[in-house]
Design a protein around this ligand. Structure first.
Ligand code: PMP
Length: 993
């Protein structure tokens, strides 16, 4: 008896799942698949497994779907419905009496990758992210039926015998070659790699995309297998390349996105190129097997094989070292594995290299061309590099040098490739070009196109080197190259050729283009990549590093390399510890600053409302000059007499109360606080330290210990025994609030209590640390009389009082030079940092001379950099600018303007709970409710993000992350403050309602 498959399906669906609906058959290699639309509109995928499918394979698929449902409920994968009796895989006999396993899953919307109209780099990246997360979830999934099967790449070697089934002789030859390479090279290198279960078939018919081209589903778990994890990527990459105009360009984002979520091992990255080709070979062999088994299907199978063959041919036509380097780089690895060893070898052996031109290439003779995006201010729209060069060259006396990494974007506008990968040395036509080290001729070419290279030679170097590398020479006289053939040996100092004339080398003025290559990325010399697209700079820097390693020219022959923000972020993640965080959801790449303005790479300007380091304005010319001038003259240390150190100490002490006449210069606020701690302990003999709650005093171990903001925060180890935390006086949400009498002395009573506690335990106080305005505490102004009362108690107990002016000193509060002065006290020790050098790393400690004397107990204090002549010069310039530009008056006026502005905004924005501060150190506390004071931290985060889009940089502060921190450079103008207020008004309307 026969039963039509759809009739059977209708029956099975009803019997097993109690579901009825419209069934549409879908293609499937072995199973019967149907799209089911139920009466209520619900859609499902109904699968009737092939009768000959081993039951455990069907069970495997069900098990994996259930595992993923638990592990990754948010991934767009099919979700399993259980049968009427709760079975994952109900079984029903078909008309032939064969047991058929049934599976009902959710229907995933989308268009398959092959059919999708919109698919681009973003689509590939979204697939990479999905596969990475999927594979991570599957890492702990095991199932006995996930055993290797014919399509598994890991077993491709065993297909070698069936290659002969491929009828077409060329395809046969190529598949055999690929499988041979796989067996010989790939298998041994992957042999030790751990295996895991993967989807195994993310091909272009199993990946679904939504209308925006983003992956909306991955279907068909029929090829699940336990194998090398990298095979997941090899399969996906192989199919993304099918039909792609530039196969590598579509594979790169797949790998980048995957690698960002699930790191790809270097050996895997190295082998991906071969694994992709192997996948094509497997597909060809399997198709050949099937067309032999089912001759009726042969024509159909061959059509899809044509696509595979085209993709395979396109990939094989690529230059292998370049493709491998590109894939390695996309996986997050150094593009060329040998780069490190080559660099190291050149570093050790460079002294043996000979001159490339028989000319004096010295600091005196070489002239770096004033070209490139970072130097040329006279470039005009529409002008080409060649034209600009022709304008500049005649004015140069000496040997012009075009820099490596020079960005030619200001010229040749619209060109994709703008970054120069070589050094250009301009010399007369006919100048001999000599081999700097022995090698042999690798490539010879003549690029006669306009703007071309003219005669080119590429030398390969391997004698004595750990890895081969290449040097390339362009703009040679083509006639000279006739004497060479590939493979000829070349000795150090041998003349390779002479520089060509303008007519012979693409119209350029005579010069040598010299490039270093760690991989031979071209098959023909004429294809040498001399200029590259800026987005590829980090890839190409790895392939063609600065050739001055070969030349040894005594000048900086390289332009600064500018990475695109996305690439920079990836590189940063690779090399910089993850404990260093970035601001903003999309971090900024700032490249310039002036006054209170910061300028991003894309030219966008931002008002900087949070930088109290660049106190007198970003890149203030007087400070820059002072630093550069002193750096050009001398930089040493405090073991020699130098005017700057003494002059600086003198200037600083004249700004401090006369009691504080001893000064130490250090390198940061943290170092200043650490030294203050040592001074206090030496002077008092005590060990204990008292700080205010939520305070931060620096990043050294000694200071993390006394910073509740850190030790009580995420990752903190809690309060150490020698540390005593006093209540933070917070007049807005604390125990005693605005308007209550004697708030200062009453908050200070807690200091008294703690002092009593610690002396009761027989401990002695060394120091009381306080910021005169509280930064991390939430930009709080201390209540009147607080420090006076606290200091008196601490001193009575034998301790010293330390004012941490790192954030708030140097005139920021407007009314006084130091913030402690607003409390009417004189500390025993004052510590300084941040603004002191306007960004130059510097710090200082000022103390009473008897404290400094007690510290001089025989142990020398030496600080290599502290107080060096350059730092002292920076410090002096900052003091001059504060005075000459009347910046304290500006701090006071702008502080009043902003305070008044925010207070008037508070009248219409109920989210503003409190506006406080002194001068240009302000906090605006946001609350969801002015009675309960519930912190509006989310609103604040949103405001900070939107204000960034509006061109204003702000940040959050305080224990509840709900205080808007405002501490701009003191030079901020009235108009700039007005802009900030206007923008914040608009943003608060939008964000906080
Ligand atoms: N003290 C205070 C109050 C600070 O805010 C900071 C830095 N945020 C430091 C000390 C430490 O300064 P630095 O990071 O320059 O070492």
């Amino acid at each position: 008896m026969t039963e039509h498959p759809t009739d059977f399906a209708v029956r099975a669906l009803h019997e097993a799942f109690g579901l009825q609906g419209r069934l549409e058959p879908l293609p499937g290699e072995h199973d019967l698949n149907f799209k089911v639309t139920a009466a209520d509109g619900g859609r499902y995928l109904f699968k009737i497994h092939a009768a000959d499918l081993a039951p455990e394979r069907a069970e495997l698929q069900a098990a994996i779907l259930r595992h993923l449902e638990h592990q990754a409920p948010d991934l767009p994968l099919p979700r399993l419905f259980l049968g009427r009796e709760g079975q994952a895989l109900p079984v029903i006999d078909d008309a032939q009496g064969r047991a058929r396993r049934l599976r009902l899953t959710t229907w995933l919307d989308g268009t398959t990758w092959v059919e999708a109209r919109r698919r681009d780099a973003g689509s590939a990246a979204s697939l990479g992210r999905l596969l990475a997360r999927l594979d991570r979830c599957l890492a702990d999934f095991h199932h006995p039926a996930a055993a290797p099967y014919a399509w598994d790449l890991a077993g491709a070697a065993s297909l070698s015998e069936d290659v002969m089934l491929i009828v077409d002789p060329e395809r046969h030859r190529v598949a055999a070659e690929v499988l041979q390479r796989f067996t010989a090279d790939v298998v041994p290198r992957l042999a030790g790699r751990p295996k895991q279960v993967i989807h195994g078939d993310a091909n272009d018919r199993n990946v679904l995309l939504d209308a925006d081209g983003m992956v909306s589903g991955l279907i068909d778990f029929g090829d699940v297998v336990e194998t090398w994890r990298v095979n997941e990527l090899a399969v996906a990459a192989a199919y993304l390349a099918v039909g792609a105009a530039d196969p590598i360009a579509i594979i790169r984002p797949l790998l980048q996105a995957y690698g960002a979520e699930a790191p790809i091992a270097e050996v895997e990255a190295d082998l991906l190129f071969d694994l992709i080709l192997t996948r094509y070979a497997v597909s060809m062999v399997m198709a050949a097997r099937q067309s032999r088994q089912f001759p009726g299907n042969a024509a159909y199978l061959l059509v899809s094989q044509d696509d595979v063959w085209r993709a395979m041919t396109a990939i094989r036509a690529l230059n292998r070292p370049l493709a491998v380097a590109t894939l390695r780089h996309a996986c997050g690895h150094e593009p060329v594995a040998a780069r490190r060893a080559i660099d190291a070898w050149i570093l050790r052996n460079g002294h043996d290299f000979g001159p490339v031109l028989p000319l004096a290439l010295t600091r005196e003779t070489l002239r770096i061309l004033p070209l490139g995006a970072d130097r040329d201010t006279a470039a005009r729209p529409g002008i080409s590099y060649a034209e600009r060069l022709a304008e500049v060259l005649p004015g140069i006396d000496g040997m012009p040098l075009g820099r490596y990494a020079e960005d030619r974007a200001p010229y040749d506008r619209g060109r994709a490739r703008t970054i120069h990968l070589a050094i250009d040395l301009y010399a007369p036509a006919g100048t001999a070009v000599q081999a700097p080290l022995p090698g042999r001729i690798a490539l010879i070419g003549n690029d006669a196109t306009a703007d071309g290279f003219g005669g080119i030679l590429v030398l390969e170097h391997e004698a004595g080197t750990p890895h081969r590398f290449w040097t390339a020479y362009g703009h040679l006289a083509p006639a000279d190259l006739a004497k060479w053939k590939a493979g000829d040996p070349v000795g150090r100092g041998d003349t390779l050729a002479h520089l060509g004339t303008t007519a012979e080398n693409g119209g350029w003025p005579p010069h040598l283009h010299i490039q270093l290559l760690t991989a031979l990325t071209v098959d023909r010399a004429e294809d040498l990549m001399g200029v590259l697209p800026p987005e590829d700079v980090d890839l190409w820097e790895g392939i063609s590093p600065n050739p001055n390693a070969i030349l040894g020219l005594p000048v900086n022959a390289a332009a600064p390399i500018a990475h695109r923000p996305g690439a920079l972020r990836r590189l940063r993640a690779r090399w910089i510890g993850a404990a260093l965080s970035l601001s903003y959801e999309t971090p900024l790449k700032i490249v310039r600053g002036a006054g209170a303005t910061l300028i991003a790479e894309d030219g966008r300007r931002y008002l900087d409302l949070v930088n109290n380091v660049c106190h007198v304005g970003h890149c203030h010319p007087r400070v820059v000059e002072a630093i550069a001038g002193q750096a050009a003259r001398l930089n040493t240390n405090t073991r020699y007499l130098h005017d700057n150190l003494v002059e600086y100490a003198h200037r600083l002490t004249t700004l401090l109360p006369p009691e504080l006449s001893s000064v130490f210069l250090v390198n940061s606020g943290s170092e200043a606080n650490d030294l203050a701690l040592r001074l206090a302990r030496a002077y008092t003999g005590g060990t204990e330290v008292m700080v205010l709650d939520h305070a931060y005093h620096g990043n050294l171990s000694s200071l993390i210990d006394i910073s509740p903001y850190k030790f009580d925060g995420p990752g903190g180890a809690g309060r150490p025994r020698h540390v005593w935390v006093a209540e933070m006086p917070d007049l807005y949400r604390g125990r005693i609030r605005y308007g209550e009498a004697e708030a200062g002395p009453r908050y200070a009573e807690r200091v008294t209590t703690l002092l009593r506690d610690l002396s009761g335990l027989d401990r002695r106080i060394a120091a009381f640390f306080a910021e005169p305005l509280l930064g991390c505490g939430g930009q709080l102004v201390l209540p009147e009389g607080y420090l006076a009362a606290a200091f008196a108690e601490v001193r009575a107990a034998g301790g010293v009082c330390i004012a941490d002016e790192v954030q708030v000193g140097f005139g920021r509060v407007g009314s006084h030079f130091w913030a402690f002065e607003t409390q009417g006290v004189v500390p025993d020790i004052v510590t300084m940092g941040k603004p002191i050098g306007n960004g130059h790393p510097m710090g200082a400690v000022a103390c009473r001379p008897e404290i400094a004397a007690a510290f001089a107990n025989g142990m020398e204090y030496f600080n290599t950099f502290g107080g060096n002549p350059v730092s002292a010069a920076a410090g002096l310039a900052v003091l001059d600018v504060i005075r000459d530009e009347r910046l304290m008056a500006n701090a006071a006026a702008r502080g009043e303007q902003l305070t008044a502005g925010f207070k008037s905004l508070a009248e219409c924005h109920r989210v503003i709970g409190d506006v406080r501060g002194l001068g240009l150190f302000m906090g605006v506390e946001l609350v969801r409710d002015r009675d309960t004071l519930e912190p509006a931290d989310r609103a604040l985060k949103a405001i900070v993000e939107v204000m960034k889009e509006e061109g204003v940089l702000l940040s959050s502060e305080g224990p509840h992350h709900n205080v808007l921190k405002i501490k701009p450079p003191l030079v901020i103008s009235e108009a700039e403050c007005a802009t900030v207020l206007e923008k914040i008004d608009g943003v608060m309307k939008r964000v906080a309602g």
